[in-house]
Design a protein around this ligand. Structure first.
Ligand code: ME8
Length: 520
């Protein structure tokens, strides 16, 4: 792509987190994956807009604040600061951090509401059900039980329920069943991975009821236009963040025209229904284009056990970064688990990846080859002789990694891209051992130069391609390979080659082995 051509826009989002607690490794997983995707597209020449943020309204926030004896605004100000600082520690390269309490977001949410109302999809009705005052939540009949005292209780929270009828606005979701099924048929990759998307499709096929979209029992939310007694159901306002982030309701704004519809919403499996059912229905109703893809990732568990405060096994991402290093954590999370699947983490699994994949296969190869260049080639990229078939073969395999990674990232298969890269690193380690340049040093200097050149070339391509996952370490590797941030690190540079004679800085080890701290 030449610089005169406009870049292709690419709009990617994370879910916006509820700031009623502090960030854990599951949130970090989603941020890091989305960040890797955004960085990949930037390096591949796209004009990327990356949105993340916090979902600050709703009953949960209001309740947590009440428990702590502070206002909801005080609570979200405090906790959102913790999320922002986690983003900083994790080097999340977002373009905007949206808070749903931002003024422009109120405007966007009310505009979407009005559009849905104009379309005839919103009506005032009555919400009836078993209501827990303590939980401020309704429960379905099968979530309740009648006990010996003649009263009904929530099975989940053990709270007493009363039959309640509340005025509520409804969205005519029932009218969207056929339209949604048509969407899923016409765009089979609207939701991914397929197994998770199939669950959504079955849910829609089983029939849709109209959705209650306002509340009157608390006021921490976006007021419903024209009726201040109601605030919007938090999901209506939360989903709208994706529009606010690019300038809605100003549909003529440059950012809106450029970036909407979003290329991909990255979310976890617990919120697929909101994103793949309610959200497209709201957008169809408001006459707006639909996102191209909803990528549903799995959940991370601690040693196979669900993270929970009561078990005390919740990992703070900042603790992990302090213990293992940021790029090590980023690499582990994206390499270990295929993105759509559930995954487990443990100390041993992280250390295994750090020592085998990073310290040995990549770090050690770089250190050994660059030290030889420093000692035997005056610290300059050596001049290769005629390439042997095995040299051509290895270089071709490394060059093919760009296409393989593009195909993998297109479907958020970070694991697949890294696996392919590490396979080539394995081949390169075997090549290095077989060619034994330290022996050639005495027998055939030209061949030694060729072997070192080919090895550095593979390292250059690999370093360029792992930048989205490990920005700092890949940058250091590119530094010691003499590749500066002047275009030489972009994917377009993969088709170029190291220039023999280029002076290289003294090599420094980049991926240390993890050593267990001494006991006691
Ligand atoms: O759902 N492993 O916010 P949230 C992996 N505000 N991902 C996890 C996880 C785990 N153990 N736990 C949570 C909300 N997540 C709404 C979103 S979007 C318009 C509104 C993921 O703070 C979860 O699936 O509960 C979601 O994608 C994100 O973290 C935020 O979760």
């Amino acid at each position: 792509m030449t610089s005169s051509e406009p870049k292709t826009p690419y709009y990617i989002t994370t879910a916006i987190t509820y700031p009623n607690g502090v960030p854990h490794i599951g949130h970090a997983y989603e941020y890091i994956a989305t960040d890797a995707m955004a960085r990949f597209k930037r390096l591949d020449g796209y004009d990327v807009m990356f949105l993340t943020g916090t979902d600050e309204h709703g009953m949960k926030i209001a309740q947590t604040a009440a428990k702590e004896g502070i206002t909801p605004k005080e609570l979200v100000d405090r906790n959102t600061a913790a999320y922002k600082s986690a983003h900083q520690v994790l080097e999340i390269s977002y373009d905007r951090f949206i808070r749903t309490t931002d003024a422009d977001h109120y405007e966007a949410s009310q505009a979407v509401w009005k559009k849905m109302e104009e379309a005839g999809d919103i009506y005032l009705g009555k919400y009836e059900g078993w209501y827990s005052v303590r939980d401020e939540a309704y429960y379905a009949e099968d979530e309740t039980e009648l006990r010996e005292d003649g009263k009904r209780y929530s099975i989940q929270t053990d709270t007493e329920l009363t039959w309640t009828e509340e005025e509520s606005y409804f969205f005519r979701l029932s009218q969207y069943q056929d339209k949604l099924l048509k969407l899923y048929e016409e765009q089979p990759t609207f939701g991914a991975p397929r197994s998770r998307f199939n669950e959504v499709i079955s849910f829609v096929k089983s029939g849709l009821e109209d959705l209650s979209i306002s509340r009157t029992t608390f006021d921490w939310g976006v007021p419903v236009p024209g009726n201040d007694k109601h605030v919007m159901y938090v999901w209506v306002d939360a989903l709208t963040n994706y529009l606010t982030g690019v300038g809605y309701p100003d549909t003529e704004a440059e950012s809106f025209k450029k970036y909407w519809p979003a290329d991909v919403h990255v979310i976890g499996k617990d919120i697929s229904r909101f994103h793949a059912v309610y959200w497209p229905a709201f957008l169809m109703s408001a006459g707006l284009e639909l996102p191209k893809r909803v990528m549903i990732h799995g959940f991370l568990n601690n040693n196979g056990v669900k993270m929970s405060k009561s078990l005390g096994n919740v990992v703070a991402p900042t603790d992990w970064v302090a213990q293992y290093g940021l790029d090590q954590v980023r690499f582990f999370l994206l390499r270990e688990v295929p993105f759509g699947a559930d995954g487990s983490y443990s100390h041993d699994a992280v250390v295994g990846r750090m020592n085998a994949d990073l310290a040995n296969n990549l770090g050690n190869l770089a250190q050994r080859s660059l030290s030889m260049v420093a000692k035997n080639c005056e610290g300059k990229v050596p001049q290769p002789g005629t390439l042997a078939p095995e040299d051509h073969e290895l270089l071709a395999r490394a060059e093919r990694l760009l296409e393989k990674s593009r195909a993998a990232y297109e479907v958020q298969d970070f694991h697949g891209s890294l696996e392919a890269i590490w396979t080539v690193l394995g081949d390169t380690n075997a090549y290095f051992a077989e060619q034994a340049p330290w022996v050639l040093r005495k027998t055939d200097v030209e061949r030694m130069n060729t072997v070192l050149y080919v090895t550095l070339e593979v390292l250059r391509i690999v370093s360029i391609l792992v930048q989205p996952v490990m920005p700092t370490s890949a940058g250091k590797l590119l530094d010691v390979l003499g590749q500066h941030d002047d275009g030489a690190r972009d994917f377009a540079a993969i088709g170029t080659a190291l220039v023999p004679g280029t002076s290289l800085p003294a090599p420094t080890p980049i991926f240390p082995k993890y050593e267990e701290p001494a006991a006691g």
